[in-house]
Write a protein that binds this ligand. Structure first.
Ligand code: PLP
Length: 399
C-alpha cells in the first residue's frame, strides 16, 4: 500500500498539538507582559494578574479554591510532589509509613512510590487490578492500615483507557482520614474534574494532554493536607514549589483547560463514535485480536489491542512507514523492550503483552482516518504473523 498522503496522528494519549487559540493567548506573556510576577511594578503586576486569573479559571473547573492550585512543570512533577510531599510530611507528623497505590499507574507515580520504599524506608502496597484494569474499592479498603499515610489511584489509565471508580475509593479514604491523590493526567479535558464529587485531596494534570503546551502542569492540594515542598528556594506557589512561575505556559494551561471543557461534550461524543468504529472494525477484520481495558468504562479516545503472534513495536514501524503515528504499551528500558507493566498487571501473559497497539484519537481525526487505519492494519498484522515461528507452529496444529 502506498504511503498515505498526510500523516494520521493517533497518539493523542502521548501528546496533542497546541490549539492555536491557546498559542494566541500565550504569546503576549513572552514579549509584552514579560514581568516577573513577584515584582511590584506594573509590568510585574500584569503578569501576576494573568497568572491569578489562570488559577481562578482552573479552580472553577476543579470546583476548588484558587489557592489550592500549585502550578508545576509537568504531570510527572505533580505526581512526584503529591507522593513525596505528602509521604514525608505525614511521616514527620508521626502518622505512619505506609503507602498504597496500584501496579497500573504511570511510572511517574509507580517509580516514585518504589523509590520512597527502596531509598526512604516507606512500606508500599500495590492493590491488584482485574483483567479489565479496574481497581476495586473493596480491595483498597482491605489493605488500609492504621499507619497508611497516602493512597494514590489514577483516574484513567494511559495505556488501556480504563476509568477507575475514584469517588468510591475517595469515600473510603476520607472515612479513614487518609489523603487521597489521583493522577488525572489522561482524564484532563475529558472527564469531570470536580474535586468534591471525586472526593480527592490531591489531583495531577498536565497541559499537553489537552491541547496545551508541554512542560506545564498543576497539582491540586486540598486545604489542610500536609505537603512538604520538594523544590526549595523562594516562597512561590505558597511555599509549595519554588521557582519563578512560567506565566505564558500557565496562561496556556488555563486557556486550554477552559476550551477543552467548553467543547468536551461535542468532542467526547464525536471521538467516542470514531473509537467505536475503530474497535468494531479491528475486531471484525483481524482474527485473534483482543481489546484491552474495560469495554465500556473507558476513555472516549482510547483503543488498545493485542494481536497474538505479533510484536507491537514491529506494527508501529510498519504503520509509521505508511504515515500513521501510534504507540505500543511496551517500553524500551535499559536497551531491551519490556512488555507493558499495565497489561502484565491485568494478567496478560508476556508474549501477548508484547503484541499490543494503542491508538488514541483526537479532535482532528476523521472517519476517513479510521477507515484508512482499518484498511492498512490487517495486512500488517497478517504479514507479521506470516513470519512468526509461533504462528506457523500453531497453524500446523502444534502450537
Ligand atoms: N501520568 C499519566 C497518566 C500520563 O499519561 C503521563 C504522560 O504520559 C504523565 C503522568 C506524565 O505527564 P508529563 O508528560 O506531563 O510529565
Amino acid at each position: 500500500m502506498a504511503e498515505i498522503e498526510r500523516m494520521i496522528y493517533m497518539d493523542h494519549a502521548a501528546t496533542t498539538a497546541v490549539d492555536r487559540r491557546v498559542l494566541a493567548a500565550m504569546l503576549p506573556y513572552w514579549t509584552d507582559h514579560y514581568g516577573n510576577p513577584s515584582g511590584v511594578y506594573r509590568l510585574a503586576r500584569e503578569a501576576s494578574r494573568a497568572m491569578e486569573q489562570a488559577r481562578e479559571t482552573v479552580a472553577t473547573i476543579l470546583n476548588c479554591k484558587p489557592r489550592e492550585i500549585v502550578f508545576t512543570s509537568c504531570g510527572s512533577e505533580s505526581d512526584n510532589l503529591a507522593l513525596r510531599g505528602v509521604a514525608f510530611a505525614q511521616r514527620a507528623r508521626g502518622k505512619g509509613n505506609h503507602l498504597i497505590t496500584t501496579p497500573i499507574e504511570h511510572h511517574a507515580v509507580l517509580h516514585t512510590a518504589e523509590e520512597l520504599r527502596d531509598r526512604f524506608g516507606f512500606e508500599l502496597t500495590l492493590v491488584p487490578v482485574d483483567r479489565y484494569g479496574v481497581v476495586h474499592p473493596d480491595d483498597v479498603a482491605r489493605v488500609i492500615r492504621d499507619d497508611t499515610v497516602l493512597i494514590s489511584v489514577m483516574y484513567a489509565n494511559n495505556e488501556v483507557g480504563t476509568i477507575e471508580p475514584i469517588a468510591e475509593i475517595g469515600a473510603i479514604a476520607r472515612e479513614r482520614g487518609i489523603p487521597f491523590h489521583t493522577d488525572a493526567v489522561q482524564a484532563g479535558g475529558v472527564l469531570p474534574l470536580n474535586v468534591d464529587d471525586l472526593k480527592v485531596d490531591l489531583l495531577s494534570l498536565s497541559a499537553h494532554k489537552f491541547y496545551g503546551p508541554k512542560g506545564v502542569g498543576l497539582l491540586y492540594v486540598r486545604d489542610g493536607v500536609p505537603l512538604w515542598p520538594m523544590q526549595t528556594g523562594g516562597g512561590h506557589e505558597r511555599n509549595r514549589r519554588a521557582g519563578t512561575e512560567n506565566v505564558p505556559y500557565i496562561v496556556g494551561l488555563a486557556t486550554a483547560l477552559k476550551l477543552a471543557y467548553e467543547e468536551a461534550e461535542e468532542n467526547n461524543r464525536r471521538i467516542a463514535a470514531l473509537r467505536d468504529r475503530l474497535i468494531a472494525g479491528v475486531l471484525d477484520r483481524i482474527p485473534e485480536a483482543h481489546l484491552n481495558g474495560h469495554p465500556l468504562q473507558r476513555l472516549p479516545n482510547n483503543a488498545n489491542f493485542t494481536f497474538r503472534y505479533t510484536e507491537g513495536e514491529a506494527i508501529l514501524i510498519q504503520l509509521d512507514l505508511l504515515g500513521v503515528a501510534a504507540s505500543s504499551g511496551s517500553a524500551c528500558s535499559t536497551g531491551a523492550v519490556e512488555p507493558s507493566h499495565v497489561l502484565r498487571a491485568m494478567g496478560v501473559p508476556p508474549e501477548e503483552a508484547f503484541g499490543s497497539l494503542r491508538l488514541t484519537l483526537g479532535r482532528e481525526n476523521s472517519e476517513e482516518d479510521v477507515d484508512t487505519v482499518l484498511e492498512v492494519l490487517p495486512p500488517i498484522v497478517e504479514r507479521l504473523r506470516a513470519i512468526s515461528p509461533l504462528y506457523e507452529a500453531r497453524e500446523r496444529g502444534s502450537g
